[in-house]
Design a protein around this ligand. Structure first.
Ligand SMILES: Cc1cc2nc3c(=O)[nH]c(=O)nc-3n(C[C@H](O)[C@H](O)[C@H](O)COP(=O)(O)OP(=O)(O)OC[C@H]3O[C@@H](n4cnc5c(N)ncnc54)[C@H](O)[C@@H]3O)c2cc1C
Length: 385
């Protein structure tokens, strides 16, 4: 891994990078390599028929008809031509042995939806699945959503906004229970119910409806790594430089399990931020500027007109503090573990979310009392570090 391999050098000195997976992470790795001055060949193999696209609009604007496929596509074909990035579409790689020889391989294979053992259930991850659900939504009178996580609730909100009779069935005792505090779950439950969504908690019922959509989590696409004998945990295992057990092979995004300094544990995250920032980190490493990956995690979800933004890793929290009035629909929840601020969820408070990212990055000391006190200037805590 040498800097001499990057920079604007002639192609005769160039090396090659092969990226498996043409999603958000795969695209960003290629784009970041060029932005870093990498001059060698770049090939992306993606099993989907489309150019790389972003998934957030799939469960939001696209179901509502406010956004179309072209809004999700990350860059037009000309971008790849001018950047000399070859995108091989519709090609599923079954073994790393299929790949042409290259200096570096980046696995960006993402994850796939966990499926229920029954027919007649639809899942949402791809453009094709979105088009199918959208079409069926148009004819459906009632819609059942299995799973009260982000995707299920976003689909529920879209279906309800389209005037459908919507019921969400959640196996756990609260919505988004794996990732948010009870105060946030309760708020979203009240907001969905106020808009006419029925929510059934603690339910593993197999509902009947004109349209049934399940959002019950994902499974990392780690088969390629397993087959190649690379270490795999909850996803493809990588070190702090995002290297697999073969140092020529990186893994990024939804498929990768990495040591996260904010969690103090190995985690696998499913977010645009994670895929994009890890891709940029790997591009820098290939260009001879390796650095441990330590970007602050953040995520968002839109349900109706509610904008939820999250930063940090809340897992294992032992205390939460609410800043602002829940009834005003604008508030943040601060998560503490052992007295340390670990994460912040902001509801309709975009500016506070940006400040919270900086607080988490700076490992700032904000006491629960300060967090709860709206007159306390959070930015002063960033400066105090
Ligand atoms: C409906 C939906 C809404 C979302 N909303 C948000 C949001 O609001 N905010 C947010 O932060 N995140 C959101 N996410 C999550 C975010 O989209 C993902 O975290 C992100 O796409 C991860 O990027 P990735 O490159 O790791 O995986 P992906 O974007 O999934 O790309 C992986 C690609 O690799 C391909 N592939 C897999 N195996 C192979 C193989 N063997 N050969 C060739 N190709 C292969 C797959 O087909 C896929 O195209 C959402 C996800 C979904 C599904």
């Amino acid at each position: 891994m040498t800097g001499a391999r990057c920079g604007r050098r002639s192609l005769s000195n160039a090396v090659s990078v092969v990226i498996v997976g043409g999603g958000h992470g795969g695209f960003q790795a290629a784009a970041s390599l060029r932005a870093e001055g990498y001059d060698g060949s770049i090939t992306i193999y993606g099993e989907e028929p489309h150019l790389p696209y972003q998934r957030p609009p799939l469960s939001k604007g696209m179901l509502l008809g406010k956004q179309e496929e072209r809004h999700a596509i990350l860059r037009p074909a000309e971008f790849y031509a001018t950047q000399r990035i070859e995108v091989v579409r519709g090609r599923r790689i079954a073994s790393l042995a299929e790949l042409p020889p290259s200096d570096w391989v980046i696995l960006a294979t993402g994850a796939r939806n966990r499926a229920l053992p029954r027919d007649g259930v639809f899942y949402l991850r791809t453009l094709g699945e979105t088009a199918e659900i959208k079409q069926r939504l148009a004819d459906a009178r009632d819609v059942a959503i299995i799973g009260g996580g982000f995707i299920g609730l976003e689909v529920a909100a879209a279906a309800r906004a389209l005037g459908k009779d919507v019921t969400v069935y959640e196996a756990g005792p609260r919505l988004m229970g794996r990732v948010v505090a009870p105060v946030v779950s309760d708020y979203f439950l009240a907001q969905h119910e106020a808009r006419g969504v029925r929510v059934v908690l603690n339910s593993t019922a197999a509902p009947e409806a004109d349209l049934i959509v399940a959002g019950i989590g994902v499974v990392p696409n780690d088969e390629l790594a397993r087959e190649a004998g690379l270490a795999v945990g909850n996803g493809i295992a990588v070190d702090e430089f995002l290297r697999t057990s073969d140092p020529r092979i990186f893994a990024i995004g939804d498929c990768a399990e990495y040591p996260n300094p904010y969690a103090g544990a190995r985690v696998r995250l499913e977010s645009v931020q994670n895929a994009v920032d890890q891709a940029a980190c790997v591009a820098r490493a290939i260009c001879g500027r390796p650095a441990a990956y330590d970007a602050v995690p953040w995520f968002w979800s839109d349900q109706f007109d509610i904008h939820l933004q999250m930063t940090g890793i809340a897992t294992g929290f032992d205390r939460t503090v609410t800043r602002g009035d829940v009834a005003s629909n604008k508030f943040s929840v601060f998560y503490y573990r052992g007295g340390e601020l670990r994460a912040v969820d902001s509801i309709n408070r975009a500016a506070e979310h940006m400040t919270a990212r900086k607080l988490i990055a700076a490992r700032a000391r904000v006491t629960p009392e300060q967090a709860a006190d709206e007159s306390f200037d959070l930015k002063s805590a960033i400066l105090a570090g």
